[in-house]
Design a protein around this ligand. Structure first.
Ligand SMILES: C[S@@+](CC[C@H](N)C(=O)[O-])C[C@H]1O[C@@H](n2cnc3c(N)ncnc32)[C@H](O)[C@@H]1O
Length: 271
């Protein structure tokens, strides 16, 4: 990020004031993602996909979440891959929370990371930041999420082809900003009448992409591992916070009228 401590403290104060108003459960994670969620919206099936991709490379895969923040997604991954770790450059989040940093998160920049891992996860690099070449030095497979339009890379995404990887699969989900916009329209803008809310809801879209990049020698394994996982996938097995995604019109398999493509949310496309 990095946030100055004073900025973090005032953001944390706003977060506490919001909670004190007793908002509906789980809204905070899409309004204060740095404190209570993640910068990409996800479901339990995303955790299943990511962990099975890692497992397709090795029975006991090494996995690192790079720029993991306080570890919201990593904690879920560790339920399936207990040795998964994270690295985070900015320890301010732990200071703001006054909580102990878990041992499985190392406070260090990726630039100083010297291990080789089976799978690296990069959940949403801040626009203007680009540490892909350091990620590319350390992983056989990179699973990355980013917002359409304007992060890094040739096409404004966070591609890894230029580092010798090939993309094998991708899917689309909402970013926290997409969910946030829906929440604001529905619950936090009293001046909007029901008709206007409906109109705005029709315009909703989903800007977050998940790309799976691999070194060519593991491409077939990863492709078949992900295909096998999709056959087993049970969208009914969910985290509590997924109800907010449904309520805001971002269902699993939803087709958004405002999207030019026919692709459904969470539908995996293979390259
Ligand atoms: C937009 S936040 C996303 C955090 C988390 N992945 C999530 O989705 O909630 C980007 C994170 O990457 C971290 N970061 C930025 N540059 C980094 C680097 N060179 N090495 C490690 N972490 C970095 C930032 O401190 C920040 O926590």
């Amino acid at each position: 990020m990095p946030f100055a401590i004073r900025e973090l403290q005032s953001a944390y104060k706003a977060y506490q004031q919001f909670l004190a108003r007793g908002p509906p459960a789980q809204h905070a994670r899409y309004i204060f993602p740095f404190f209570a969620g993640s910068y990409f919206a996800y479901r339990r099936i995303d955790v299943g996909r990511v962990t099975e991709i890692a497992r397709s490379i090795s029975n006991n895969p090494s996995y690192v979440d790079i720029g993991c923040g306080y570890g919201d997604f990593l904690v879920k991954v560790r339920q399936l891959l207990p040795d998964a770790t994270g690295i985070e450059r900015d320890g301010g989040i732990f200071y703001a929370f006054q909580v102990q940093k878990p041992d499985y998160i190392s406070l260090m920049p990726i630039e100083g990371f010297s291990l080789s891992v089976d799978a690296a996860f990069v959940g949403w690099m801040e626009p203007g930041q680009d540490f892909r070449r350091f990620v590319a030095k350390c992983a056989k497979c990179v699973i990355t999420t980013f917002d359409a339009g304007g992060q890094c890379g040739i096409n404004g995404g966070c591609e890894y082809e230029e580092f010798g990887y090939q993309r094998v699969a991708w899917w689309r989900t909402p970013s926290w900003i997409d969910v946030n916009a829906e929440l604001m329209n529905r619950y936090y803008t009293p001046s909007l009448d029901a008709e206007k809310k409906e109109d705005l809801a029709r315009l909703r879209t989903a800007h977050n992409f998940w790309y799976v990049y691999v070194r060519p020698n593991v491409a077939d394994r990863v492709r078949s591992g992900l295909k096998a996982q999709l056959e087993k996938e049970e969208p009914v097995d969910r985290f509590n916070f997924e109800s907010v995604l449904d309520e805001c019109g971002f269902h699993y398999g939803e087709k958004l009228p405002a999207l030019a493509s026919n692709q459904k949310l969470w539908e995996v496309m293979f390259d």
